[in-house]
Design a protein around this ligand. Structure first.
Ligand code: MN
Length: 128
């Protein structure tokens, strides 16, 4: 079973994404702000994919992505990161990719699109 770390502060999205991912057989851990995400990266084993909201309390998602890529233990550094943002702003995609995210979905994200993208990224990481 693939394991997903969901980093999301919005309660509605937490429920939407948790429900869809678990329904499709993913094991999901949830953290609700960037600071908790950094602690998680420093202390836990890496998941198969990080689903990362970019707009987070305390520490933003771009900083979290950079910390994952710079993981000193080198356990998380290759973990696939799928970024989520509420702002379909020009430049956000580039900033997300520059920070080390592998791909990007603009909110509102449909559960169907999310699952499709997560499945594709987990499969391609496993094939690598
Ligand atoms: Mn947010």
């Amino acid at each position: 079973m693939a394991r997903i770390l969901l980093v999301e502060d919005n309660k509605h999205n937490q429920l939407l994404f948790l429900t869809a991912l678990r329904h499709h057989g993913f094991e999901v851990s949830l953290v609700e702000d960037g600071e908790c995400a950094l602690t998680h990266v420093a202390t836990e084993a890496p998941p198969d994919l990080v689903l990362l909201d970019l707009s987070l309390p305390k520490v933003d998602g771009w900083t979290v992505a950079k910390a994952i890529r710079a993981d000193e233990r080198a356990q998380w550094s290759c973990c696939p990161i799928l970024a989520l943002t509420a702002h379909a702003m020009k430049g956000d995609r580039e900033r997300a990719l520059d920070a080390g995210c592998d791909d990007y979905l603009s909110k509102p994200v449909s559960p169907r699109a999310l699952i499709k993208q997560v499945q594709a990224m987990v499969a391609s990481a496993r094939a690598a």
